[in-house]
Design a protein around this ligand. Structure first.
Ligand SMILES: [Ca+2]
Ligand SMILES: [Ca+2]
Ligand SMILES: [Ca+2]
Length: 318
């Protein structure tokens, strides 16, 4: 048997789905919109925990899977792109989010590594499908491992990728300045607590100075049509102000503090042969936690999960 490796408290690169400590930080900031996606199986809408209230609950269209457990104890919604599910709020956005708005959008998600063309699938979207008239907090076309932050039909993407199949924390702060900032000016992007370099998405023509129109909020669709990826959406939050760098860092820290090592399946804080036994038992029982390379909303377990678990074990505790 190998000498047990003692885990440290924080993971450097892997976010786990949101714990209570994270949700407390969000609550303290009184966001406008906040979908926790922690509803019980069978629910027909996501409750809005933000200050806009239950008029902005998100109605589920198509098969949105609920109750997908996270290691931290919270749950997330799950979407599979072939069935094109989406979420739409019951009311149109307030006037403060139209025109050339200032806001912060935040998401905790896990995008699956599956063959797909995400086509700017939004974590959150609102507006009209005309130049400069809608907001896209989304993933990039043809590359689901990078965010896209901008408008119809121009914005920015990160030059860094996040890891498919792992939870990731993404924050977009968008400053309208004096109301003259264009589709990328004033945008900053943070992945797992760190600001990343962004550049214009040159596959798009550009949107100029935004003049966003009112519409419902959408997750996994836009006002023109359904735009979708396969994966988990754990938390979506929208604030009417710019979050400061240290606030974003605190959110990320709350997501990773006290998180277990991915391969510490028996939760004793060290990696031993007993974690292999726990993995085998979870695998045999068809449990999600044995799904080390998730590709569907129900556990998809095969030999590659053994290999992925072995790799996570060999990597030790970050
Ligand atoms: Ca959640
Ligand atoms: Ca262990
Ligand atoms: Ca798998």
């Amino acid at each position: 048997m190998k000498t047990p490796i003692v885990c440290v408290a924080a993971l450097a690169s892997q976010v786990l789905a949101s714990p209570v400590a994270y949700q407390d930080l969000v609550q303290d900031k009184s966001p406008l919109l906040w979908y926790r996606f922690d509803e019980a199986v069978g629910a027909t809408e996501a409750i809005n925990y933000g200050t806009l209230g239950t008029d902005f609950n998100g109605v589920f269209f198509g098969p949105v899977f609920l109750g997908d457990a996270s290691i931290q104890g919270d749950t997330a919604a799950c979407f599979e792109h072939p069935s094109q599910p989406y979420v739409e709020s019951a009311s149109d956005v307030p006037a403060s989010l139209t025109g050339n708005p200032t806001f912060t959008a935040e998401a905790v998600v896990r995008v699956f590594a599956t063959p797909q063309n995400p086509f700017y699938a939004p974590f959150l979207h609102w507006g009209a499908p005309r130049t400069g008239q809608s907001v896209y907090f989304s993933i990039l076309r043809n590359d689901e491992s990078r965010p896209y932050v901008g408008f119809y039909n121009g914005g920015a993407t990160s030059l860094d990728n996040y890891t498919l199949g792992q939870w990731v924390h993404i924050v977009w702060t968008r400053d309208a300045g004096d109301g003259t900032n264009d589709d990328i000016t004033g945008s900053r992007l943070f992945i797992n607590g760190e600001e990343v370099d962004i550049d214009r998405d040159f596959s798009l023509p550009g949107a100029g100075v935004p003049d966003v129109q009112a519409s419902p909020f959408y997750v996994q669709r836009a006002t023109d049509f359904v735009r979708y990826f396969s994966g988990n959406v754990d938390e979506v939050v929208l604030y009417d102000r710019l979050l400061a760098d240290d606030e974003i860092g605190e959110h990320y820290d709350a997501l990773v503090d006290n998180a277990p090592c991915p391969a510490d399946l028996d939760g004793d804080g060290s990696l031993t042969v007993f974690d292999f036994l726990a993995f085998q038992n979870a695998f045999d029982a068809g449990e999600r936690r044995a799904d080390f390379n998730p590709t569907t909303c129900t556990p998809s377990l095969d030999i590659f999960d053994f290999l992925a678990f072995q790799n996570a074990f060999d990597a030790g505790c970050p």
